[in-house]
Design a protein around this ligand. Structure first.
Ligand SMILES: Cc1cc2nc3c(=O)[nH]c(=O)nc-3n(C[C@H](O)[C@H](O)[C@H](O)COP(=O)(O)OP(=O)(O)OC[C@H]3O[C@@H](n4cnc5c(N)ncnc54)[C@H](O)[C@@H]3O)c2cc1C
Length: 526
């Protein structure tokens, strides 16, 4: 993973089959699918892999109980199939989790229970557990911190959870192993056309300022909420103006200690006061509370929570938990922007009704834009993109068939290996590396712990194998400490910077990280 070698690799191909812009779930999924079919692939990411929306999900591998309620059955069925595929391909970072929906009204248990049984039925052979009706005591056994006054019972159902940023890294590395060139900190600055057809792009290495001219038969725009910016680059040089495709919507998460949800069960509140669902999910030794759905037109790479969103999550949690979390209990707050595909006719500024399905659009010049969807369906989105590229004759058919449906990602056990994963509800540690755990013990500092679950060797591993370039890369996405406990991440940042420098990273952007970490903490009073 030496960066100069990656740039040598970039220059070694004259014409790529596919040049992919964006290193989130969508772009990385396309890179992996295309590389496994033998295409020449390059992927370019402006910042770090998963720096955008793909590190800021609620961490659910799910069919979408909420989309079931909206009657979007095809979306639910597809996502349930993909849920099973992901749990199979990456058992070290995507696992089943039981969810409990507590009931305080007489009709809720039956109503939601029947809906969730339909969810099981739709999963068919991809089902991962059966829905179960619970009495009051059974709910309290699973969720000891739930409000017991007025509690009547509940329903338990199964979905999955995952580590989004680490999954992105696994996909990037698996694609690289299959021959793709994947580069972080290399942004696409402009698109190149010949005779009104897209012929390549210009990208720039953020570290050296060096500019590269890349030729490609097909350019994929997988830049999430930023797709319209790339489409505008295409339009400027070819066919004129564009209609925006994306309506971004912001979602906030708050992280609190496990004292608020001590057992390995998540809680789903089926109907908040604004008609949404709210999750409390045990994850890597903490609990994630969220989320919100707030339309947002500016597109910062680091969006901040609005005070009302924080209040909303705390107030809704207080309605269901016996001890209400306060601002002082929040260890980290992080925000993601959903790339929702704009409906043909927008009737209101409301985003919670907009489809989570993905859309693929091919411009006159041949720019393939893909956006929408969700993390859970990243793989099937990639298959659709490749199919559209083939149908539009942007690439020629490969003699290799799509194969990512049964394809272990880096760190996943092979079918003949025995492996018992540690649940993702538990704290992070070397176990999160799956079958690569043994590699850690070969690196200096494997017994030197910066904090529980984070060793010096893990920082070295991140540089040597996982493309880490900065303190933020390490503490936000290789380890998830910034997302779990921003104050602790800040405290450790000097030590992490020193290890990165000893790995020959000359500027690990320590001060930038310190400022960022402050913004993941909540001021306790407003
Ligand atoms: C609050 C929230 C909760 C969610 N929860 C879930 C969940 O629990 N489960 C689930 O399945 N899904 C969930 N999702 C949806 C899921 O996270 C997204 O659908 C997915 O991450 C989108 O990935 P993407 O690759 O399209 O976009 P992104 O991850 O944003 O990636 C786009 C990338 O393009 C890069 N880029 C932009 N411009 C350029 C350029 N010029 N050159 C190079 N790179 C560029 C950006 O830096 C960015 O990294 C959630 C989303 C949100 C917002």
């Amino acid at each position: 993973m030496q960066r100069p070698a990656l740039f040598d690799q970039l220059l070694a191909t004259d014409v790529y089959d596919l040049a992919i812009i964006g290193g989130g779930a969508t772009g990385l999924g396309v890179a992996l699918d295309a590389a496994t079919r033998g295409y020449k692939v390059v992927l370019l990411e402006s910042y770090d892999f998963a720096k955008g929306t793909s590190s800021r999900a609620t961490k659910l591998v799910h069919g979408g109980v909420r989309y079931l309620a909206q009657g979007n059955l095809s979306l639910v069925r597809e996502a349930l199939r993909e849920r099973a595929v992901l749990l199979h391909n990456a058992p070290h970072i995507a696992q089943p989790l039981a969810f409990v929906m507590p009931s305080y009204k007489w009709w809720e248990t039956t109503f939601y229970g029947i809906g969730l049984m339909l969810y099981d039925l739709m999963a068919g052979k991809s089902a991962i557990g059966s829905t179960q009706f619970l009495n009051k005591q059974q709910v309290l056994d699973r969720l000891p911190q739930v409000r017991s006054i007025g509690l009547l019972g509940g329903v338990q159902y199964w979905d999955g959870q995952f580590d989004d940023a680490r999954l992105a890294l696994k996909i990037a590395r698996t694609a690289q192993q299959k021959g793709a060139t994947v580069l972080n900190y290399c942004s696409v600055e402009s698109l190149e056309h010949q005779n009104h057809k897209l012929s390549g792009l210009i990208c720039k290495d953020a570290e050296t300022g060096r500019v590269f001219n890349i030729k490609a038969k097909c350019v994929i725009n997988a830049t999430g909420v930023w797709v319209d910016g790339i489409r505008a680059m295409d339009a400027n040089t070819s066919s004129g103006k564009i209609e925006p495709m994306v309506t971004p919507s912001q979602g906030v998460h708050l992280v609190v200690d496990r004292t608020f949800l001590s057992k390995d069960f998540a809680m789903l509140v089926p109907s908040t006061q604004d008609g949404r669902v709210l999750f409390a999910v045990p994850w890597l030794g903490k609990v994630i509370l969220g989320t919100t759905d707030t339309p947002r037109t500016d597109l910062p790479i680091e969006p901040m929570a609005f005070a009302e969103e924080v209040d909303f999550i705390l107030n809704e949690s207080a309605r269901y938990l016996s001890k209400a979390p306060s601002r002082a209990d929040v260890r980290s707050v992080w925000v993601g922007l959903r790339p929702l595909v704009k409906p043909q006719k927008t009737t209101s500024g409301n985003t919670k009704g907009i489809s989570r399905e993905h859309t693929i659009l091919i411009s006159e010049s041949g720019l393939v834009t893909v956006t929408g969807g969700k993390w859970t369906t990243y793989r099937v989105m990639a298959e659709d993109v490749l199919q559209q590229c083939l149908d539009s004759r942007l690439i020629t058919k490969s003699d290799k068939l799509p194969m990512t449906a049964d394809f272990p990602l880096v760190g996943a056990p092979r079918s003949n290996e025995s492996y018992s994963p540690i649940p993702l509800t538990h704290k992070q540690g070397p176990h999160s590396y799956g079958t690569e755990q043994s590699l850690l013990s070969t690196l200096p500092g494997s017994a030197l712990w910066l904090c529980e679950g984070l060793s010096e060797a893990m920082v070295r591993f991140a540089v040597r194998y996982e493309y880490a370039r900065t303190v933020e890369d390490m503490l936000a996405r290789r380890s998830r400490l910034l997302f779990l406990d921003a104050a602790l991440a800040l405290e450790l940042s000097d030590k992490v910077a020193a290890i990165l420098m000893s790995e020959k990273i000359h500027n690990p952007q320590l001060e930038v990280f310190k400022t960022l970490a402050q913004s993941y903490m909540l001021p306790t009073s407003r």
